[in-house]
Design a binder for this molecule. Structure first.
Ligand code: SF4
Ligand code: SF4
Ligand code: SF4
Length: 267
């Protein structure tokens, strides 16, 4: 019953409706941006931008350049390194697929940020009580029987939401039905142990330079969540002591913010 999204980059026209829908559903504030030498905007994922569309120009055999747009967000890994590195269980993978975050449990240690091979969890640096933010795979919408905001807004069906098994079959059907159109591998099928975000691309992952876009091609099939567990078992006692101090400070800040907010309500 695990859900997934098939992202067919050959169908993406770079309209960024998915970015807008994500912001709208998650009530994320807009931020001023500037024009730059690339089509991408915003330039980075951050605590107010859970998804963004990347842009690449790919050289064709005749010397032409072809545009390729690639939507990026949390991969919702089947064995998430972020969750296995989190010492307090603030991140968990739901059986339906979303890797979700509980801000009541989070102690702000940021181990999840270090463990994630895709550099996805972002810290609210601007907040007095910073929390971790990332794509939720619209777990709240899925719980109500709705599809994610991004997939529901895509005008070209570049984003297809459904059961992971069925989407993988569909991905391989498309590869077989259109010889030469797609690179014959599905990114996310086994990458790092597999993910809920599955990508079909028209060029090899190396040709797209996918490594430089925040996707990794060196992970192999080994569930990278297991690296997280191994990594945590090697965390020295010094880090744990510093971590405990950070926990204390985090709770102190959290409590202070709660009291201030209560005082404002009572004024
Ligand atoms: S390890 Fe990174 S990409 Fe995978 S679920 Fe966690 S935050 Fe998302
Ligand atoms: S910051 Fe620390 S406690 Fe919070 S989710 Fe990340 S690993 Fe877990
Ligand atoms: S809404 Fe669909 S077509 Fe538009 S940028 Fe997002 S994935 Fe691409």
């Amino acid at each position: 019953m695990s859900k997934a999204v098939l992202i067919d980059t050959s169908k993406c026209i770079g309209c960024r409706a998915c970015q807008v829908a994500c912001k709208s559903w998650n009530d994320l504030p807009g931020k001023s941006t500037t024009f730059s030498d690339t089509w991408e905007n915003p330039k980075f994922l951050d605590s107010h931008n859970y998804t963004r569309v990347l842009f690449r120009e790919i050289s064709q055999p005749g010397g032409d350049l072809k545009w390729q747009f690639i939507k990026r967000q949390c991969m919702h890994c089947l064995t998430p390194a972020c969750a296995s590195a989190c010492p307090v269980g603030a991140l968990i993978r739901l059986p339906e697929g979303p890797v979700v975050y509980n801000d009541d449990k989070c102690i702000g240690c940021r181990y999840c940020m270090m463990a994630c091979p895709f550099q996805i969890p972002k810290f609210e640096w601007e907040s007095a009580v910073p929390l971790i933010r990332k794509c939720t795979f619209c777990a709240d919408r899925q719980a109500m029987g709705q599809e994610p905001a991004c997939t529901s807004s895509c005008p070209t069906d570049a984003l297809l939401f459904g059961e992971r098994d069925k989407l993988l079959k569909e991905a391989h059907r498309r590869i077989g039905a259109h010889p030469g159109k797609y690179y014959p591998e599905v990114y996310g099928e086994r990458t790092g142990g597999g993910a809920s975000m599955l990508y079909l691309t028209t060029a090899s992952f190396d040709n797209i330079g996918i490594n430089h876009l925040g996707f990794r091609t060196d992970l192999g099939d080994y569930p990278h969540g297991l690296y997280g567990r191994e990594w945590m078992s090697k965390v020295p006692w010094v880090a744990l002591t510093v971590g405990s101090l950070a926990v204390g400070l985090h709770y102190l800040n959290k409590r202070r913010a709660q009291v201030q907010s209560q005082e404002h309500k009572e004024e």
